[in-house]
Design a protein. Structure first.
Lengths: 352, 352, 352, 352
């Protein structure tokens, strides 16, 4: 089979010919139809993240090994099943849950494999979906998708929408809350749709691009928008909330600059959900944490159960994932470059 | 009536003669028997806290007004009731809930008045218990205490034990969790007793004093102890937890140095509950928040309902609050000075 | 002031001239603009409910005293305030929270006064809103409503919508749940709107009237409907749920016949939320409770905080309470009779 | 290998010679050291349960197939592993989680396999532990137990203690709750120990045997006891709770008679957790459910994560499972008969 792989960080991906895996035990081989292109793939490609004190946090220190086939947003059809795999048949259309854990830690035991102590995520720690086939460790990580469902759009449910959903859940929103969603890109828009669908909160979108804020209103259902480049974000939020401040913030950028601003427009008891992987550091006032009863919550993707809920919502049209651009396997480097340069609105998908 | 008041920050408290209040409406006048001396009284006395970037956060900026009668850990007997006050009678022994809110914000509406947007806490924003009498805004803030219960010990339930309890609840401990409790003073010891009584977690006490760690084992029920002055705290916790790291930390110091260490021995998904008012800042790595799924939780005292639960636990001997030293009203300055200098083990109480 | 009162169960209500109360302490006198007419008023009028074994459960055994001014869905303007009442001013438009508790039980302490051990609900245990004025025990039970909001519609938020909301919350719905809502009258329709707004669940409405089921689809947003008079409800639900059964049922009738049917179409782990006051008994198979892991949950109105959330949702148009008929004070008996005979679609309101 | 099997309901168990299974894929073969004898094995042996209206609920209607090797409380050592099984090695001492699900339903996805739509529990739907070896579908269902831990006692953690723990969790106890535990046999005693260890609630034990109530005080840590044969249970509970009634009941008998009594001594908002499989029916007053806000909660065993927590508690001596009698494989019928006749205090265990 063909796979587009990161052989060495920062170099162009290579399309290599690999042996097609044979599923054993509970394993299932999925023929990839769609593999989403995600910002976190760029970090794999660059070999790391920006940490505090100007440090660079290397992916290899977190257990990533190269060469690696990236791709964790995978939809496809079942090719073949191991002898203990059940419940699915050849040619079934499936969405793959990629945030697989070792299965033995407290997170795994309650179905939060995305938070496993020793993760084995597809496209990160194991071979992913920038390939013709992907080997899934168990049929339990597959979710059937309807015949009528667009597979490119479905693929984005397993990370883009899932990360948005996990963040919305972590924000624990109630109908009279004012929530600020920072970053109105693909994840931010999906978070708005989800907050609209499953909480009754009032949504304030914040971004530095007017076109994105327009989409926030039209596609995301934001009640209000703030352009933090043109307006003072603190003043704007205080005005929109009758000087109360935000009950919750979901920050899809999570850079020093955005979080520093976030901390200035919080109501007492506010939760700040940190999602983005931009990096940098925050100088946090320690005494304000107890006196103001703030919560800073790191949010990382979502559970298999969350993904099933997303499939249900998408099937009934409650949320509408958007795919804007499609690439071939040999365009993987181009896809990542375009994404890095901010030239993909919505989500790019590779069709091997 | 006589009251020991902070007339001006940093100056000795003055015992003043004030008019004894007359309860109206739902108000109740309580004759003070015991008023605990708390670390936060020192911040009121000093006029503020150490903030980030070397800033000093002034209490007057948070709405405190001088002269002020401090004292929020109040037990006493009912002197007289307003015409709409009910359920209690003259001479009833009561514990006073001091963390009173305005009553109209989302926190107040669910009984978390301690987290009110516009707090009216006794001894902070309203006249407190370093006095012969204290005026309580409603009979609903009173909890009857048994004839047999020591009133000095009971008084400490409304802040010292309540803060410990709120922190233990915020840590959301489970029986197979390893929790590190940083600071084995009065609050830390009570947190250990409470974690022992209502969670099944394994408790690791951390402090820089061997005598305190001895008490942690004997009185707090700690399973293990770490002297972070003599041992490397990170190495010690990793060894005690089979290299997994702590599932939760409750930090009763909450200084730059302790929290910086906390962040180094966390298991993925860990909660760090920040309680102490020592102050300073933390340089927080933003990208670690989502990837490690950490939670930083500010914890501030507890609710009236929490206090009722503490009274129930203390009555049955499940927890044992300790009062080590008693002062008269004219010794208020001395009491605060001794506390500041670390010369009160357990809790000091003023008996007006 | 004039008040329409139940002097004796089953007799016509009398419009009596009573002394207008004067607010003291934290009390507030509200001039009633709208007072909703509720099914539970009929039980007060009839003097009781149908219990198990053919017993009649008398309201007087539950502490109700006659003569009584009913009316617990009250919107109006502030007339005057006691000396300790604050935050509101004369002529403010307000919605009244009627489910007032004694303030000292565990439910009251966490803001669930509707579940108080010793309730003092307006229009049930204390004089209610079928009158020109109503005396509210504290300003804390008032919620400001916007100038633009219809007061008749607002009034219904304090019981009709609140009961629906409490039930939806107790059902604990998730986006891939199938919930059956039994009874598509006023409460059922509002429950559908709310389930649509704050959960992502798929809603199946069940009723015996095709016109009500039509409204369920059009106004309630139900995904599917079942006429349980024309179809076998068990067969219908099994077909609609791929033979899985319902994840949750909210039963606004709560009669022997409806609940017996409910118990036949449940998925393992299902919750059955019992709301209606129709009465009768259920022969419950005890061994099925553990083996099937069912939950039967009694749901009674909602909290003040829930009501604030409803006001927020109604203000933004997320839910749309409907008032279909208006009466004068001297038409109170007529209003109750029409409601009893099923001749009021939506909600009737008295404008004193 | 030898296995003691129920060939036909109500007939003596037969020790048969079966082929020893060979583990494939993720499967693990465990050499059984201890297999607990449980009340639910009696129902398998008798072929059913007593249902409502005098009906007999047959186990075969719930999917049980005979001949069947019972035994779901299994501790042993690892004999051999399938090629994809990991994390464990030959001779490791392990406790087996028997409440295995299909893996695809909402319960399984969050780790509650005990509540699966299509359960595959060992010793119920699949071959169990009354045998020399048991085949476990995946290494993920194994939990290592310490060298020093008694294997007979450990075995009882997977059902006896787990069912008690699941029930205690479902009761959602708080430190000022009064909980009545009905049935002071093995499960009841363990529930008392657990309620003592992880809640702060006041425990009232209820039984008809004075010896059991003595054990409830001495071994279970009950605060108070009621002999419901000698005293009127309703009057007794009302006296013990200052006429408030019980905040929660955990009923390990769950027969018509016990639950009818339970329903008479409940405080408003009370939860009744139904655990026992005695059977029969309850005539439930429907209107009382909403007005009194009661909750009836069926509780069935517990999750794998719960079992891990129990192992942690037992290891540290917080709970003390008791095994009172040991049998050989050919004594299986005798063991079940003695249990049925109430002649085993504590727990019986088969050592194949």
């Amino acid at each position: 089979m063909k796979a587009a792989r990161i052989v060495k960080p920062k170099e162009s991906l290579q399309v290599q010919e690999l042996e097609t895996p044979k599923p054993k035990g509970s394993q299932v081989l999925v023929k990839v139809h769609s593999s989403g292109v995600c910002h976190s793939d760029i970090h794999l490609w660059e070999g790391g993240y920006e940490g505090p004190h100007g440090l660079f946090l290397k992916t290899t220190d977190r257990g990533v090994k190269y060469p690696l086939t990236p791709g964790h947003e995978i939809a496809g059809t079942i090719d073949s099943l191991g002898e203990q795999a059940e419940a699915f048949s050849k040619n079934d259309k499936v969405l793959v849950y990629p945030w697989i854990g070792e299965g033995l830690c407290p997170a795994c035991r309650v179905g939060d494999e995305n938070l496993c102590d020793k993760p084995r995520s597809l496209g990160v720690y194991a071979e992913g979906g920038y390939a013709e086939y992907v080997l899934v460790p168990s049929y339990k990580y597959l979710v059937k998708i309807d015949e009528g469902m667009d597979m490119d759009a479905a693929a984005t449910l397993s990370c883009s929408a899932l990360t948005a959903y996990g963040a919305v859940k972590n924000a624990n929103l109630k109908p009279d809350d004012n929530v600020v969603i920072v970053g109105a890109g693909g994840l931010g828009l999906m978070a708005m749709q989800l907050a609209k669908a499953v909480t009754g909160a009032r949504i304030i979108a914040m971004d530095i691009g007017d076109d994105k804020l327009k989409a926030a209103k039209e596609d995301g259902g934001a009640d209000d928008v703030v352009n933090s480049k043109k307006e003072d974000p603190v003043k704007a939020i205080m005005e929109l909330t009758d000087k109360l401040g935000a009950d919750a913030v979901i920050d899809f950028v999570n850079a020093s600059k955005t979080v520093e601003a976030d901390m200035q427009f919080l109501r007492r008891r506010a939760s700040v959900v940190l999602v983005g992987l931009f990096g940098g550091e925050l100088k946090l006032s320690l005494v304000s944490m107890p006196t103001r009863a703030y919560r800073l919550i790191g949010s990382y993707t979502g559970s298999l159960n969350d993904m099933v809920e997303l499939v249900s919502l998408a099937k009934r049209g409650v949320i509408k994932p958007v795919v804007s651009e499609r690439f071939k396997l040999n365009q993987a480097t181009e896809a990542l470059s375009k994404l890095k340069d901010g030239k993909i609105a919505g989500r790019g998908v590779i069709n091997p």
